[in-house]
Design a protein around this ligand. Sequence first.
Ligand code: MN
Length: 200
Amino acid sequence: MAYQQPALPYTENALEPHISANTIGFHYGKHHATYVKNYNALVEGTAFDAMSIEEVILQTATDPSKIGIFNNGAQAWNHSFYWNCLTPNGGGEPSGEIAAKIAEDFGTIEKFKEEFKNAAVTQFGSGWAWLVLDNGTLKIAKTGNAQNPTTSGQTPLLCIDVWEHAYYLDYQNRRPDHAAALIENLINWQFVNDNYLAAK
Ligand code: MN
């Protein structure tokens, strides 16, 4: 069964001025859509077609002969997750159980923000910065290209896309400014809290 690209959870201009409608138009409408299209074409007629995309990602992650399926499947999933990590009028301080857990595992929310931004800035080349739950502990992770923390046994709670296509139209080379703008203004803490409650 084909994987469906989820509808964008807001309008293309809803994240302005931090992410432009132009960027969202290309990122969601072209980049993400192409990963979904390529993934579906590659799994069609194979045993993977009957599996969830999450299962396909796990099963193809360490098989070099399935790298195309893995790359397109993981990028399809990562982007579906990413859109939900952002929301207009987001950012600020978390609430709910995730707030207490961040205080427990990072010390302060400011320390978390600093570590998360640092991961986004220091991921060399294309990839992702993540907040994950790893054996009951919150951790910051970064992954290259399409890589996804589930293949390391970690549960993703939040991510930022640091591929250049995510920010270059709006910020050119200024990835740190892009990361800071998302962290301060767009993080969907309700979504992060929901992911934490489901995973803990
Ligand atoms: Mn992307």
